[in-house]
Ligand binder design. Sequence first.
Ligand code: C2E
Ligand code: CA
Ligand code: CA
Length: 649
Amino acid sequence: MRVVGRMVIGGPAKGDQGALLPETRGGECEPVVEAHARRDRVTAEALLSLANALAEVQTRGDVARRLAAAVPGVAACEHAGVWLWDPDAECLCLAAQLPEDERGGDLACQLLFASDLVELPELVREPRPFVVCLDRAGPAVRKVMEMSGLRRCAFAPIVARGVFIGVVAAGFDDRDGAVNDTGLLTRIRGLADQAATAFDNADLLERLRHQAFHDGLTGLPNRALLEERAHQALLSLPRSGRHLSLLFVDLDRFKNVNDTLSRRVGDDLIREAGARLAGCLRASDTLARFGGDEFVALLPDTDHPGDAYLVGERMLAALKHPFVLAGRAVFISCSVGIVTAPDHGRDFATLLRQAEGALHRAKQAGGSICAVHADTASPAQEDRLELEGQLHLALERGELRVLYQPQIDLNTMRMAGVEALVRWDHPVRGRLSPDDFIPLAEESGLIGEIDAWVRSRALEQAARWADAGTPLRMAVNVSTRVLRDPLLSEQLADLLQRHHLSPDLVELEVTDRVVMDDAQLASALEPIRRLGVRLAVDDFGTGTSALGRLQRCSIDALKIDCSFVEQIESESADAPVVDALLLIARSLGQYVVAEGVETVAQGRFLRSHGCHFAQGFFFSPPVEPDEIEELVGGDPLPTTRDGKALTGS
Ligand code: C2E
Ligand code: CA
Ligand code: CA
């Protein structure tokens, strides 16, 4: 609203002067001198009661409410409002009004910008009282006034120690003619001045409160505030049946930064790390700085105890990219100790102690990991923890490998594709199979990173083979933990494009033991489907796949689990489950890959029962890429192994 061109700053408008003053509402007049005396008395009482009221208030909102309430007493009006200046947003914000519910829902009246009130900048610079008349008000202010039936508003600035902090306004309808009272603006200004000190005190109190509960360096809540919030949350926990977690976070080798760079750089790092860690939390969570390089996060309300672990993993990830400090890149990681109530304790002190203990174990395992409190860590757990700590580094150190196991087309007896299977070449323990570390990676959330790395290697390899004229379908396992991550389809799209790889050469294997309902799974798989990538149900028959799910998720292939293939003892054996699985696949138009084929009998059985593809030690174990190339270049596979031909009689 371009209102205020017409608003009168500095006093009543010229032509209005002297046209006074029906002081009583009913319209009957009393002598002017008596009226003034009465007005002075009322004003004095109003000021006194405001002074008393203000002595008790603690917040700006309280002060604003008391101030608005005092306006009718001195201005003989029914409408009053207090707007406070927000210097960041450069606008006036409605803080209190009378009558209270008026215009409550209308945002237009709650915020006044310079675009609404052209004199606002001048008012901020040089605060003076003024009057706005309806017929001269711009559209927005006019709307506000019309909605309340007002014809004139008298405004007085609130100024504390020379700084403009807001305005108090008295609004008059036709019957309140007092807007032309020459003393009116002075009286309202008197109210404003009195309130100014109270606003100032409220600000001071607020600052003190903030200081008492916040850390000076980072501005984050401090230990006292975290403890207070934890107590509150713990009180409501037993009734809610939900979980509360504490994550004790400590930066790894932070002392090095302080020692080698400077304390100032160390401070900058703490601030930035605090901000990144806080960014991993929800609005209802609290991150506190406990001093030094220690932070504690409170998750007051989670569905599942495991949720805290995911947050911890997010924190580890948040510190991964370097901090640019004093013109150089600084790398720092953190360790996290996690406890969850009610499982690990019910009071703050116990929980904190245990979180610290878990943190200690995370540090002992080499840092840069999350450790969950364990009541008494068994040797096996210690072992796992150690392995988990090392797994974090395995990727960086290049200790992971991808092997490829052939999948044979049972019609042509040639290799049609491969499955990528990860291995960990542990520096001490030697080559570890996925069963030794994939469950660990899934528990700790590392699986996302590992799977992404395997995919990137495998797709690059698939492109190399395709470019060399021997296209092989590349099957990669995807953990159900990362199925819902939108990064999965983004990464796939990126890899396909980067390597100019046809999407139908890529097959994602999703295990049948996935714990999602059909609709969830279908929507998680949708972006992948849209890429044109194939989908296979791994370990088919061991999980929950119903026909409906297979149809809804547009699955391309079923992989019959080893445990069923194992049951095929001879070529003429009875293997009703395998038959049933083959039948399901046929009816849905899906192709079948039988896993774990170890004998010629199993191969022959599968071939004669209409199974399309087979994979197993009978043909080849998982091997290095160059061995795949040799196998592709050679004779049809089964005849090269032990001379046993599936096709022969
Ligand atoms: P899977 O997806 O069912 O993979 C097939 C497993 O069966 C492989 O074990 C393979 O080496 C093994 N196998 C192949 N032929 C035979 C056979 O004739 N007989 C027997 N008994 N076993 C055979 P591996 O490589 O140890 O992988 C184990 C599991 O680890 C995989 O089972 C898969 O669930 C998981 N895995 C492997 N690599 C990855 C990966 O990159 N990401 C994810 N998320 N999981 C993976
Ligand atoms: Ca698989
Ligand atoms: Ca499998």
